[in-house]
Design a protein around this ligand. Sequence first.
Ligand SMILES: *[C@@H]1O[C@H](CO)[C@@H](O)[C@H](O)[C@H]1NC(C)=O
Ligand SMILES: *[C@@H]1O[C@H](CO)[C@@H](O)[C@H](O)[C@H]1NC(C)=O
Ligand SMILES: *[C@@H]1O[C@H](CO)[C@@H](O)[C@H](O)[C@H]1NC(C)=O
Length: 448
Amino acid sequence: FEIYCNYESYEGVSEASFKDALVFDSSQRDNGSVHQENGIKKHRTSLPVPMFSRNTISVWSILKKCIGLELSKITMPIVFNEPLSFLQRITEYMEHIYLINRACSLPDSIERMKAVAAFAVSAVASQWDRTGKPFNPLLGETYELTREEHGFRLVSEQVSHHPPISAFHAESLVGDFVFHGSIYPKLKFWGKSVEAEPKGTITLELLKHNEAYTWSKLWIEQYGTVEIVNHSTGDKCVLNFKPCGMFGKELHKVEGYIQDKSKKKCCIIYGKWTECMWSVDPQSYEAHKKSEKKGENRKQKQEQKAGQNDDADDMPEVQETVCVVPGSTLLWRIDSRPAHSATMYNFTNFAMSLNELEPGMEAILAPTDCRFRPDIRAMENGRMDDASREKERLEEKQRAARKDRSKSDKEWSTRWFGNGTNPYTGLQDWLYTGGYFDRHYQDLPDIY
Ligand SMILES: *[C@@H]1O[C@H](CO)[C@@H](O)[C@H](O)[C@H]1NC(C)=O
Ligand SMILES: *[C@@H]1O[C@H](CO)[C@@H](O)[C@H](O)[C@H]1NC(C)=O
Ligand SMILES: *[C@@H]1O[C@H](CO)[C@@H](O)[C@H](O)[C@H]1NC(C)=O
């Protein structure tokens, strides 16, 4: 089950036979990597060093200069970053890919839609409490991630600098699904929050079922509506990410439903994007809401009578804050973050592993892979001054390259993705042109 070390020997072999090789040749192993006894590769679960404290700097003094400006155009001190490129951050979408593997295996289409909906919600869960800004990718920067134990591989590329556009393409190692999208992180500062314009489309194709789903991505401030559309029929799932509301009562809440082509609600989906998602049939949900309302009225009256009644005994022991309707099915629950997460940018275990340069990788990754970015590497290792210097150098190098191109009338051309039309939405999209995993890296730009 080791593949990084074997890539070289497969160079020039078609993708199909590469997949076969993956399945059959599990005997060869990379000497350098760590394996668990069951042969599954163990990825690192922490960063080399804890993060640099931000407390010494007045965040507000810097932020107030930025009100109303587009975040991508602001040069912020590196201390507000987290040591990941935006290309790596969007790869965190893949953390709960088991939900897609589950969807592939389900014979019932509504059940599949539930799993896809849970996946779409779970994808934003890793953002929770992550205040560090990922590094803007350089034009031509790439990132790849292969996880045999989760059955996928992914490649992404920064295809445009102004506006910044990141395109990614992930595929099942056994041909079950293709998952791709292009993301435009248009962010604005409005005093106390970062506002995001959800742009770009996410497409998921379940190949065996001949189904395609699309939705748009929410970024950072998770509120608004996401519609997941099954393009074969026009059936859809509507998910409403609620704004915080009065006294934070609605904080992190997501509620929605799946409707069939006759617009009949088949099921209700609810929960919190920071915790868990449940599904239940609409009748049970409505019944529960009604009884809850009655209960609330009764309780209020009782409280008025009893004066300061102490309700503390009724509080559940666990920190679960989603009220579960009887008869619900759990779709997804978040994994708890490791204890050291608080000193490591609130990263999840998955995020901790993303910038790891495993032994043997160096010879195999494209030279444009963000694991080779010296600024991110320096920051990860706690060398903040080096990180800052390197970041400036890279940005300067990018500016100089752009100037050169404009002088010579040379256009930038993307390498692994092309500007095309999404076949399901009919909208402009960046689509994978293939070949990355053949590992022919000639003519890649020197961006570091
Ligand atoms: C999606 O489309 C497929 C193919 O037409 C259909 O069989 C299925 O019922 C739809 N699924 C959902 C959840 O609407
Ligand atoms: C991590 O989360 C805590 C709240 O749980 C928050 O106060 C802190 O600012 C977060 N740190 C980062 C680096 O995002
Ligand atoms: C992509 O193609 C569309 C037309 O299909 C065009 O409007 C758009 O400018 C192109 N974008 C880039 C970055 O080439």
